[in-house]
Design a protein around this ligand. Structure first.
Ligand code: GUN
Ligand code: FE
Length: 439
């Protein structure tokens, strides 16, 4: 039998477990073991014990000492639009105006394959440099843009082209038949890496949602869309659907998705801010997940769209699963640190208890992996999982005794310069391989 090939990493570790807990090693040792596919985690323990256990096998060559740096699992961003990177610094008004004015024109540019390719190469490099190694991604309507995204994505991502068949600019409108044929082809090419993605009920016909949902279910694909982001959007949705045959008596936005086969355990609904108890009950019963995007929903003066505050306590009481997303470009920054900060800040301001950094870390990592069904293999630093982690120098920050305080101090020390969250990570390991950043 070949000798076991081990690698050792020294640093300060936080290993998210759930909403209430993260394992914390002020000075810890992560031990990984090479596999055919990369490397998996063999052990995570205090350095002192680690040296006793593995000392004779630790050498200058197989050991990396990150000093006082913090080491976390990579992030899962469960809702982002890779084709909206350039929209993220545009001025914001309300959702529907912002879509018309800035977002649709930006997405139109992806009609050119060479543009999509150049952007794809650039964007996914940037994403991994932000420590994001998995999640669910929206592309433009164009078939080749999905291919380019999946070519350059590094990590565990599902990607789907937005489907738009009505109430959209002419150059972003497909016929129902085109959308369905496109979905068939993308599923054939990419299998379950393709995510069925009606943009939202305003732009996608019920016929496309029904036919595509059935195709996605048969292939084991995830489905994603936007749900109840703003009151104007909800009013518009209901006014459209109540005129459509079969939907005359529809009572809620969620019901429209229920009637078109869009809900289920592989369904990711972006936002879900303005939902009635009845809608939450439907989401819980169908095991549908909500993806909360706090920086996108934040007030306009905080560079969000001012859509409102997601009521995570109500969502949890209804038994609905949820995770965090950046919603880039509705959200202004790609960093999940900024997303975590915004979640904590906005709830604190409204005196909502329970919105801790420990919770935010879980919802930005393991919760996403759980929703994608990948948590046996990735999502945190448990033994047996992929050796995927990110390194953040703490620059002499005094280590507090509680994980909550450590995250708070580290994250809040940068709140005055949100763009700076993009620069905190100095190393990203994906399944044992150190990634080239910014090259
Ligand atoms: N609803 C429909 N499309 C979009 C989008 O691109 N961004 C956001 N935030 N909401 C949407
Ligand atoms: Fe979105």
């Amino acid at each position: 039998m070949a000798a076991q090939k081990l690698s050792f990493y020294i640093g300060t570790f936080l290993n998210p477990k759930d909403d209430e807990s993260s394992d914390y090693y002020k000075t810890g040792l992560l031990v990984t073991e090479a596999t055919d596919a990369g490397a998996r985690i063999l052990d995570l323990l205090p350095l002192e014990r680690g040296v006793k256990k593995y000392g004779p096998r630790m050498t200058g060559r197989n050991t990396t000492d990150f000093g006082d740096a913090l080491i976390l699992p990579g992030f899962f961003d469960m809702h982002f639009h890779w084709v909206q990177d350039d929209v993220s610094d545009m001025p914001k008004d309300s959702l529907l105006e912002w879509l018309e004015k800035y977002t649709f024109p930006a997405e139109m540019k992806f009609a050119k394959r060479s543009y999509a390719r150049a952007k794809g190469r650039q964007f996914f490099k940037k994403l991994v440099a932000h420590g994001t190694i998995g999640g669910a991604c929206y592309s433009s309507i164009h078939e080749h843009a999905v291919d380019e995204a999946l070519k350059y994505a590094r990590g565990d991502f599902v990607v789907g082209n937005v489907l738009m068949n009505m109430n959209s600019p002419a150059s972003l409108t497909q016929t129902d038949a085109e959308s369905i044929a496109l979905t068939e082809r993308l599923i054939e090419r990419h299998g379950a890496l393709h995510c069925f993605t009606p943009r939202f009920a305003i732009t996608t016909t019920p016929a496309v949602m029904r036919a595509g949902s059935a195709l996605a279910d048969r292939a084991g694909c995830f489905k994603q869309t936007h749900l109840s982001e703003t009151p104007q959007e909800i009013a518009f949705v209901l006014s459209i659907y109540r005129k459509l045959p079969g939907f005359e008596r529809v009572r809620s936005y969620t019901e429209i998705y229920a009637k078109t086969g869009m809900l289920g355990k592989r369904s990711l609904m972006g936002h879900g801010i303005h939902l009635s108890p009845k809608e939450l009950k439907i989401l819980g019963q169908t095991k549908t997940s909500l993806i909360h995007c706090p920086t996108s929903n934040a007030p306009i003066k905080e560079l969000g769209l001012g859509s409102g505050l997601f009521d995570f306590r109500k969502v949890e009481r209804a038994g609905v699963r949820w995770a965090l997303g950046s919603d880039i470009g509705g959200g202004p920054f790609l960093s999940m640190f900024d997303v975590m900060r915004s979640f904590v800040d906005q709830n604190k301001r409204k005196h909502v208890s329970g919105a801790t950094y420990v919770k935010a870390l879980y919802r930005a990592t393991l919760a996403g992996a759980e929703i994608l069904g990948l948590n046996r293999r990735t999502g945190n630093l448990n033994r047996g999982k992929d050796a995927s982690f990110i390194v953040i120098p703490l620059n002499g920050l005094k280590l507090p005794d509680e994980p909550e305080l450590l995250l708070k101090r580290m994250i809040e020390s940068h709140r005055g310069n949100r763009a700076h969250y993009s620069k905190l990570i100095t190393a990203v390991y994906l399944n044992g391989k150190r990634q080239r950043l910014n090259s």
